[in-house]
Design a protein around this ligand. Structure first.
Ligand SMILES: Cc1cc2nc3c(=O)[nH]c(=O)nc-3n(C[C@H](O)[C@H](O)[C@H](O)COP(=O)(O)OP(=O)(O)OC[C@H]3O[C@@H](n4cnc5c(N)ncnc54)[C@H](O)[C@@H]3O)c2cc1C
Length: 525
């Protein structure tokens, strides 16, 4: 593994005469995928993320690697086929993080069983050779045994289909590591604050090291704006008064104990009271339930769930469960913003806005990529780099990410051991315990995580703060916000030791994280 040390990585920026081929702004799924595509083609690539990798939308998804049954219902067959192909590549290239999950649609009307079986069989056929398994109709008895806890009254049977499930933030971290392995430089806590131009054409970016405050002028042949719901900020630096490209759509999730639906299968509710789909998916011993689709006018890195969204999710899932979760049962609530293309004047809500990605080249040559979904990040990246090659007249080189394993990729992992998410890194991580046997200790009685994971997060995964560790390396904040807050002091102390920080830093980190975690428990605004 090449160095992940911040000071060493920053050295690549010091020479003001150096010209990169491609600078990618934004370290979510889209930016990381784009940087990986560029670096693996052999271009000199730099990625800058203003906060932490996946701090934005990319850690707040439903964690599905899917074609999108809903888009099939909307008739967007091209989009579904493309996403199913990408699903097949992801389970091959990030096998440690992506798993084949069975979803059950319970049928409470006699005709829905046949209806969904036909539709989902078409979904399977679209996946072709990359199918995850055939959909089938199941009896009432089997539905109840596969979805223990689901309402029995008026149940006729169910339909099972297959899709992928993954860990979004962990995949982002592994993508950042793969970028480094492919020769890119990637830096978190580096904000792009301006654009360099000559004769109206982009020649690079101005960026600030958020930790040290230092400002850098960085030259590049191509600049890619992959900043999710923030794309308009950079577009307006480029062209003040430009009309917004993105209209954020908020989606929230609640996490409750697995005992509310203790089976291995996920529940798919095909029609909520606003005609959406809702999922309840087993996730690391918990149940992840969501999501919503609420147009929002502002964008932020820490969006908050609205009271009506929480009510909507609780009300709709409760109709299907014999023991409905109550507010006191909620372990974590989180919200994310979809970077959807803004509707044209006069059109309606966000459900109708295409989930396809968009690539826009401004008059200055700035390339903006937005929309799409996690599942299709690789394809988005391929299309974006193709555009960059044409726009910046780079020497053309072929895309190789179809067959490029992502850091940690390992076919056989033991999912009963929580360290499986580290894939091929698991053994090396455990070797840390030889350096200090204390690192074998657990961080919290309710959580499986051990101290060695914190050390690993700093040394190998570029974690800089308590939040980086507890939210996006260990996922604890999203699984159990109260436990995560209780873990903050020990994590802060381990981090301070590794990063040579003083007591003041440690205390500030604890306070800031505890404040943040409160927002994941009481998300009302
Ligand atoms: C509720 C919800 C559920 C979803 N579920 C699924 C799902 O199950 N499956 C699926 O495939 N997709 C899903 N998606 C879609 C998917 O999560 C998004 O399409 C994807 O994460 C978007 O990634 P991104 O990189 O474009 O944006 P982001 O992840 O938001 O990344 C943009 C990054 O740019 C950074 N940035 C902004 N400005 C600057 C700057 N000036 N300098 C440096 N960095 C900057 C931000 O800090 C941020 O980290 C879901 C989305 C939502 C909201």
């Amino acid at each position: 593994m090449p160095t992940t040390q911040r000071e060493k990585l920053i050295e690549a920026l010091v020479d003001p005469e150096k010209t990169w081929d491609i600078v990618v702004v934004g370290g979510g799924a889209t930016g990381l995928g784009t940087a990986l595509d560029a670096a693996s083609r052999g271009y000199k690539t730099l990625l800058l993320e203003q906060a932490d990798y996946a701090k934005g939308t990319s850690s707040r998804s439903t964690k599905l690697v899917h074609g999108g049954v809903r888009y099939l219902a909307q008739g967007d067959i091209g989009l579904v086929r493309e996403a199913l192909y990408e699903r097949g590549l992801l389970i091959k290239n990030a096998a440690h993080l992506v798993k084949n999950e069975s979803f059950v649609i319970p049928n409470y009307k006699w005709w829905t069983g046949a209806f969904y079986t036909v539709g989902l069989t078409f979904y399977d056929l679209l996946a072709g050779k990359l199918s995850f398994g055939r959909s089938k109709h199941i009896s009432k008895k089997e539905t109840l045994s596969r979805l223990p806890g689901v309402q029995e009254k008026n149940l006729y049977g169910g339909v099972v289909y297959h899709d992928g499930q993954f860990d979004d933030a962990r995949l982002a971290i592994n993508l950042a590591q793969t970028c480094l392995e492919q020769g890119a430089t990637v830096l978190n806590y580096f904000k792009v604050t301006g654009l360099l131009k000559e004769d109206g054409k982009i020649t690079g970016v101005i960026a600030q090291d958020v930790e040290a405050g230092t400002i850098y002028q960085i030259k590049s042949r191509a600049v890619i704006n992959a900043t999710g719901v923030f794309v308009d900020d950079l577009l307006q630096i480029d062209e003040p008064h430009r009309k917004p490209l993105v209209r954020p759509s908020q989606g929230i999730h609640i996490v409750v104990d697995r005992s509310f639906m203790p089976g291995e299968d996920a529940l798919m509710i095909p029609k909520t009271d606003d005609n959406r789909v809702l999922f309840a998916v087993p996730w690391h011993g918990k149940l992840l339930i969501g999501t919503t689709d609420t147009p929002i006018n502002a964008h932020s890195l820490e969006p908050r769930a609205l009271e009506e969204e929480i009510g909507f999710v609780m009300r709709n899932v409760s109709k299907y469960l014999t023991r409905p979760p109550e507010r006191k049962d909620v372990l974590s609530i989180f919200a994310g913003l979809r970077p959807l293309a803004a509707p044209q004047e006069g059109s309606g809500g966000t459900k109708e806005i295409s989930r396809r990605h968009k690539i826009i080249v401004s008059a200055s040559g700035l390339i903006t990529v937005t929309g799409g979904k996690w599942t299709t990040y690789r394809r988005m990246a391929q299309d974006t780099i193709k555009t960059a090659i044409e726009t910046a007249k780079l020497n053309p080189r072929p895309c190789i990410t179809n067959n490029l394993p992502i850091h940690g990729n390992k076919k056989e992992v033991d999912r009963t051991d929580h360290l499986y998410v580290y894939g091929s890194d698991r053994e090396t991580l455990l070797d840390l315990i030889k350096e200090n046997p204390e690192w074998a200790e657990k961080l919290h009685p309710r959580m499986e995580n051990i101290k060695a994971e914190v050390i690993w997060a700093v040394r190998q995964e570029m974690a800089r703060t308590v939040e980086d560790v507890l939210a996006r390396r260990l996922t604890a904040l999203f699984l159990d916000a109260k436990a995560a807050a209780e873990m903050a002091p020990v994590v802060a102390s381990l981090l301070a030791g590794q990063l040579n920080k003083d007591n003041d830093w440690e205390n500030r980190q604890i306070d800031e994280f505890i404040e943040l975690a409160k927002g994941y428990l009481t998300q009302s605004t």
